[in-house]
Design a protein. Sequence first.
Length: 321
Amino acid sequence: MQLVGKKEQKTHRIAGSRIIGPRIAGPRGRFGVALAALLVAALGTACSSETGREPGKPEKPKAGSEAGAAGAPVNTAAQRKQKELARLAAVKRWGLAKPPLLAPAAPKEKPEIETRDGFEVDDHEGLPPVFTTIPTEEKIVFLTVDDGAEKDPQFLKMMKELDLPYTAFLSDYLVRDNYPYFKQMQAAGVTLNNHTLNHRYMPALPYEKQRQEICGQQETLQKEFGKRPTVFRPPYGNYNEDTLRAAKSCGIKHVPLWNAEVFPDKMDYREWDRDIHPGDIILTHFRGREDWKGTMPDMIRQVMKTVTDKGYAVARLEDYL
């Protein structure tokens, strides 16, 4: 992996699939014991919060109640207990070394997102911000998956059972042969965002062609999945002013890139300290053994070991945008 500093040319920013960008100075284990402790905690919570409720009468939903993977509220103590027991069983079944840490509740006020220094275009005012990290002091990261080439059913099952949030960026030329796969993903609460129709190198295209790539994918996502996203990631992380102008004209409000990239056997980092930081966006791809030294579930085991060992939880990107 090659790391480079800021470029003098601001009209055209590149942050390709091998991570590059501005240089910033920066600062199976004892699963049984952890599992038992968490089971006791879950059961204790269930007992304490059931008291005071009329027998046979459903508990009234509380504001800010926890949500499941598909966004359905989890209100009662029995539901919370069942959800936690299922999650812990999934941790063991999918071979994670430790249970993933739980992310804090979504912020009541969204953070102000600005373009990262060195990632601007010449006339960036009024255009969607380009960023690699969400401003937060919480020890959270955000997992994003690009393109749609590999359609591994085990990945869908694993992420749903572990209740891990992630965001997908889809290119239609790779997705169109199996829309139902991504509809399953959407039904589990995953947001499907724009990664263009054909995954072209955007700065080489004139404005109108870039607009066709972005707006065309907006229309496809609306037709196939019922929603036009407001989040866009340019292929390879490459863009210029025309890209951002076209994206804005298609209804795009945010252009997240990434600060780390995960594979089944390693992680790459943008920063010189080769570490993750609060609010970092993590990139991976829909890939399998044909391209990787492992599967998508192997990739999830790799990223979860890394972030959990460092005390981080995976949060939902859309909750912060």
